[in-house]
Design a protein around this ligand. Structure first.
Ligand SMILES: Cc1cc2nc3c(=O)[nH]c(=O)nc-3n(C[C@H](O)[C@H](O)[C@H](O)COP(=O)(O)OP(=O)(O)OC[C@H]3O[C@@H](n4cnc5c(N)ncnc54)[C@H](O)[C@@H]3O)c2cc1C
Ligand code: SF4
Length: 441
């Protein structure tokens, strides 16, 4: 029996956006690279992949060598080739930017990674086993990166993950059209092949305690990411859907994700953009992002803002939700206030101030809340020092508890959270942990 055409198109509405490059397209694009000395693209990559080197290997048909070059600096090269804001990083720094088109570094990286995963290549072997054991908590990009690097050095690594699947937000949180779940799961499987033991369904603070870990392992790395979406604290909030759950269901079971006809998405960061795209692509006729500041203060990347506008998503700036109106459990409208911008607040952005008497209503039959994530609650549970609510670490990624290291979103007190930064934290923390284990003998 064939699927109903509408169901088939819904099932594919969130398929990966960019097609892979053919071998010929990749070779032609690689041949354009000037192979710059002291390449600015490599400096701009937070994991410092030797970009001209991996591109040269593509140009000469050595895809295995190209993949190895990428993975030497970034074990999650397949994810990063898809989700990295390349316009702001490597491609933004390419010398060909101003006069010509920058080299499509992200798509070339994906080409080499797809080759390695397609062939099931094992590019690294663990070093001779040490007798040191490391526990890692959280199998997102930071945890997987740290685990893989430590395994390559011969340490015995156990990765505890509270969810059923590894990959963190790459698996559950980043919209499928940018990163299909299979890519994140294949990467986690590659880390397991390096000898890392992943124990899923084990939560620190429930099934395991820090004291257990400290007693049984030589070091601990916390890579627990951030928490759930905070609430808005407005009447009728129970009718608002959680943005992270909305994205997650679109990845796990898009066919059964109920989509409104007239959808409002509250927030203006990554999650809001992804929720609005999902609603639009899965059938909403009208989708509007509601944000209390202006486009100048949005935390979403400029290219994502452009993308979602091209998808047909509307924006209501300087708009603060104050109450949800529902009848018989169904959302009817969102009552809002107009805002004006005042002086800078703690975030450094102008603070939105309500305009008295400016109440108005936006009609809607579905409202999604996408206003960021809570700070990591584990910090206070484990009695670790914090900075702005994030786990505090020193230059070696060590927390206030000796032998307990941390990295990724859970320490990102400054700068924007991103996958590639989490991968780099994991890699650098692995080096610090290794030095500690070696110096402890
Ligand atoms: C909707 C959305 C879209 C995004 N899009 C992009 C993008 O396009 N590009 C980009 O670069 N970045 C993007 N990001 C940010 C990026 O996903 C994160 O910066 C990155 O995943 C951080 O990695 P991490 O390993 O620190 O944390 P996470 O990916 O959050 O992983 C943390 C892991 O720890 C586990 N865990 C938590 N607590 C415990 C516990 N107590 N015990 C055991 N396990 C635990 C979690 O289940 C999870 O698997 C996006 C984020 C969101 C929410
Ligand atoms: S800056 Fe551009 S041209 Fe130069 S090495 Fe990097 S990708 Fe190639």
């Amino acid at each position: 029996m064939t699927d109903h055409p509408q169901e088939t198109s819904r099932a594919h509405a969130l398929d990966e956006l960019l097609p892979p490059l053919s071998r010929n397209e990749a070779a032609v694009e690689a041949a354009r690279c000037l192979m710059c000395f002291d390449a600015p693209c490599t400096h701009a990559c937070p994991t410092h992949i030797d970009i001209p080197k991996f591109i040269k290997k593509i140009a000469t048909g050595n895809l295995r060598g190209s993949a190895r070059t990428i993975l030497e600096s970034n074990l999650l090269g397949a994810t990063c080739s898809r989700v990295c804001p390349v316009q702001e990083l490597c491609e933004g720094a390419c010398v060909l930017t101003s006069e010509h088109k920058p080299i499509a570094i992200g798509r070339l990286q994906r080409h080499a990674m797809d080759f390695a995963y397609g062939k099931g290549l094992n590019l690294f072997q663990p070093a001779k086993a040490t007798d040191k054991k490391v526990a890692i908590i959280g199998a997102g990009p930071a945890g997987l990166s740290c685990a893989g690097e430590l395994a390559k050095l011969g340490h015995a690594v156990t990765l505890f993950e509270k969810r059923t699947l590894a990959g963190g937000l790459s698996t559950y949180g980043i919209i499928g059209l940018r990163e299909p779940m299979e890519v994140a799961l294949a990467e986690a499987a590659m880390i397991e092949k390096l000898g890392v033991k992943i124990e899923a369904g084990k939560k620190l603070g429930a099934e395991i305690t820090l004291a257990d870990l400290q007693a049984n392992f030589d070091a601990v790395f916390l890579s627990v990411g951030l928490g759930a979406t905070p609430s808005l604290g407005i009447p009728g909030e129970e009718h608002i859907l959680d943005g992270l759950e909305y994205v997650e269901q679109s990845k796990l079971d898009a066919a059964n994700l109920a989509i409104g006809r007239n959808v409002l998405v509250i927030g203006a960061g990554n999650t809001a953009i992804d929720c609005a795209t999902i609603a639009k692509r899965l059938g909403a006729s009208q989708v509007t992002i509601v944000y209390r500041r202006t486009e100048n203060e949005m935390t979403a990347y400029a290219h994502e803002y452009d993308f979602v506008k091209r998808e047909g998503v509307n924006f209501r700036f300087l708009t603060q939700p104050v109450r949800v109106h529902a009848e018989n459990g169904s959302v009817k409208s969102l009552e809002c206030l107009r805002m004006s911008l005042g002086t800078a607040d703690a975030s450094g952005r102008p603070s939105p101030q309500p305009v008295a008497g400016s109440e108005f209503f936006l009609s809607a039959d579905q409202i999604v809340r996408a206003i960021g994530q809570h700070k990591p609650s584990l910090a206070s549970l484990l009695k670790l020092k914090t900075e702005k609510g994030f786990i505090q670490v020193n230059a070696n990624f060590e927390t206030s508890s000796t032998g307990v290291f941390a990295g990724g979103d859970c320490i990102r007190a400054r700068g924007a959270a991103s996958t590639v930064m989490a991968v780099q934290d994991g890699k650098l923390a692995a080096r610090s942990i290794h030095e500690r284990l070696v110096s402890n003998g």
